[in-house]
Design a protein around this ligand. Structure first.
Ligand code: NDP
Length: 277
């Protein structure tokens, strides 16, 4: 029987995961069946139980079930523990192995695809939600010169800064602040990890944060030139990116984890790219 995988969420219609994993399977010569699974709110565990009972081998997890998957897993990888959320599961007998590949996907896109080192650079992350939490460990592992997390709700930025500091063993300066406290600081890489772009909104950010030669990266994808990227462009930033590469890279990590072979992501990124205009 063909090995079965799925992405679970609610809603799920918008998910690009079947397209991505089917393309990966084709180029890697792997016979897999990958579908979308709509689970009712409150019905995550029974939907996953049924999928496993029918022979399912693994799942991607999207909103709003990343915390349910965290609770459901029997074996949490450090990435999932740090993120406090799960975006990929692998089923082996009674075991449910769980990972969070979002952060590693982001870093791989930035360092490898966009050829933009994080090591030794000043990093600013806007937002202190699940995506930022997942990105902390992979970013700190790159040894930036400094990491600042800025958020509307300052307490959440402070909490994540404390987590990152603990992971970096105190050797890398980390701050968690509000937008008003950014002052005249400038950064080499600015990540918009807020959900503002989904609502065509702009976090209260000054255009002066972008240093010369800066990369402005919006984790939201498929929206073209978001208000954040527009601000960066108007400030003279020429290196702009959205989260399409992150999406493809986290999927490639999950595929490699399940199948033992890592697909090239270029064709998928090209196919899903919406021009930043
Ligand atoms: P969460 O809901 O967990 O967090 C949202 C964050 O955005 C919070 O920090 C919130 O601040 C902040 N926020 C929302 N609206 C505004 C606004 N108008 N101005 C300033 N801050 C705002 O979301 P996630 O962390 O899960 O996701 C964040 C983004 O990352 C989404 O756009 C998502 O699509 C994208 N993403 C992309 C992925 C990819 O593969 N490319 C993977 C995962 C996420 P507060 O705490 O004050 O409410």
């Amino acid at each position: 029987m063909t090995d079965r995988y799925a992405v679970i969420g609610n809603p799920i219609e918008q998910s690009k995961s079947p397209l991505i994993h089917t393309a990966f399977a084709q180029v890697c010569g792997q016979a897999i069946d990958y579908t979308k699974l709509l689970a009712p709110l409150g019905g995550f565990a029974s939907a996953v139980d049924a999928f496993r009972a029918a022979g399912g081998r693994g799942m991607n997890v999207t909103a709003p079930f990343k915390l349910d998957a965290f609770a459901y897993a029997t074996d949490l990888a450090p990435s999932a523990q740090m993120a406090g959320a799960v975006n990929a599961m692998k089923f082996e007998g009674d075991k449910v192995y769980a990972e969070n590949f979002d952060g590693v996907g982001l870093v791989r896109d930035v360092v490898h695809n966009l050829s933009c080192p994080i090591q030794g650079r000043r990093i600013l992350i806007l937002g202190a939600g699940g995506a930022t939490r997942g990105a902390l460990m992979p970013i700190m592992d790159q040894q930036p010169a400094e990491l600042v997390i800025v958020n509307r709700t300052v307490a959440k930025a402070e909490e994540l800064a404390a987590l990152a500091l603990a992971h970096g063993a105190g050797s890398i300066p980390v701050g968690g602040i509000g937008y008003a406290d950014l002052g005249a600081q400038t950064f080499d890489l600015v990540f918009n990890a807020t959900s503002a772009s989904l609502k065509t909104e702009l976090p209260p950010l000054s255009a002066s944060v972008f240093a010369q030669g800066c990369l402005a990266y919006d984790l939201t994808y498929g929206k073209g030139l978001t208000p954040f990227l527009q601000l960066a462009k108007q400030a003279g930033v020429t290196h702009l990116a959205d989260g399409v590469g992150m999406l493809a890279e986290q999927a490639a990590e999950a595929f490699a984890w399940w199948r033992g072979v890592r697909p090239d992501t270029r064709a998928v990124i090209e196919r899903l790219t919406v021009p930043l205009v």
